[in-house]
Design a protein around this ligand. Structure first.
Ligand code: TRP
Length: 347
């Protein structure tokens, strides 16, 4: 059997540079390498509802934005199948069967679930659907026989839980499901972009993001007001580049060509860093450079977005076609699952 790549995003907001660096970019690379039989990228609206049940309007609006984000970064509907999770009801049915293979204690031990419960202040009022989402995620993955799941490292416990479900199922009912593998960004540092304010990550609630859909002016304003080294006050002061978000962003985006093009005083980032650390480089200059570097990445994305924004009907058509195809594939797995469980009574 070949490679089946599958991954998804919760539609709870527009996608930002953190998503881009952490996962979108590697999806593009996978698409371009073309070393797969099928690649699915889906919008996990069912999962988004597990902690946004009271705000379905956010999900609806974000679904449109995320679809536009996918197309504008260059994911190609001819190479990738896009679908909407809730429109593939087979996933919910699989979830129900898998629920019998997982204990409550095991779900409560899932580190990602644990930290999200804290972060969302659920306390003792954890919605059943929320606690259950790792099982539903296992259904998302196994329904398509996914072998490779590109995710950020916060998702590793989810993939581990899916693998356990596959093993229990196959053990109980016979070889039916495929065990997936996670694919995480090689370089951990590059896998996570801090917020504009220097906080550990970009997050919509913290308001410290650059969105893929931000205008050039917004990007400029955001970059120019970024947090840097607070002890680097005068230009001559020695500066710290280690937990300085401006330099962490440069690390994620800059190429030596950018120096040739915009700042030929240096050949590469190491030279700029060394000078900054010695003292003598002003933050404004570095930020202006960073802005130019980011713009080179975002400008083509913006152009494609403008194209698709005037063709929203087509965007939904793409989602609909992809969903049809996804449903076909998921139905096949559901059929196999029911057969293995001997609940295919009418066959
Ligand atoms: N949990 C993922 C996130 O929060 C989204 C997701 C849902 C997913 N189902 C998936 C990712 C299946 C990979 C595979 O971003």
């Amino acid at each position: 059997m070949g490679n089946i790549i599958l991954t998804g995003d919760r539609p709870t907001g527009k996608l930002h540079l953190g998503h881009y660096v952490g996962s979108l970019r590697s999806r593009l690379k996978l698409q371009e390498e073309g070393n797969y039989d099928e690649m699915y990228v889906f919008i996990a609206d069912v999962q988004a509802l597990t902690d946004h049940a009271k705000n379905p309007e956010i999900i609806k609006a974000s679904l449109r934005e995320v679809a536009l984000d996918y197309l504008s970064i260059g994911l190609d509907p001819n190479k990738v199948t896009f679908f909407i999770q809730s429109m593939v009801p087979e996933l919910s049915e699989l979830t129900i069967y898998y629920m019998n293979l997982v204990t409550l204690a095991r779900l409560e031990r899932n580190p990602t679930v644990k930290s999200e419960i804290k972060q969302k202040n659920f306390n003792n009022d954890i919605p059943v659907g929320f606690l259950n989402y790792p099982i539903s995620q296992a259904a998302d993955i196994t329904a398509f026989g996914a072998t490779i799941v590109p995710v950020g490292d916060d998702q590793l416990p989810m993939i581990e839980q899916a693998r356990e479900i596959v093993r229990s199922f196959n053990h109980l009912y016979g070889e039916t499901l495929v065990e997936p593998k996670a694919l995480v960004p090689e370089n951990k540092m590059l896998g996570r972009l801090p917020g504009l304010d220097g906080k550990a990550k970009m997050s919509k609630t913290l308001g410290n993001c650059i969105y893929l859909s931000d205008s050039s002016e917004e990007v400029k304003r955001k970059v120019m007001s970024m947090y840097t080294d607070p002890n680097h006050i005068k230009v001559e002061d020695p500066g710290n580049t280690k937990d300085n978000p401006v330099f962490l962003y440069l690390e994620a985006f800059v190429k030596d060509e950018h120096f040739k093009k915009y700042w030929d005083e240096y050949n590469n980032l190491d030279e700029l860093k060394a000078h900054y650390e010695r003292g003598g480089v002003g933050d404004m200059k570095v930020k202006k450079f960073l802005y130019q570097v980011i713009e080179e990445e975002l400008e083509p994305i913006r152009k494609r977005r403008a194209f698709w924004e005037t063709r929203i009907d087509e965007v939904y058509k793409i989602l609909e076609e992809g969903t049809k195809k996804a449903r076909k594939r998921a139905s096949k797995t559901l059929k196999d699952v029911k057969k293995a469980m001997q609940i295919n009574y009418f066959e």
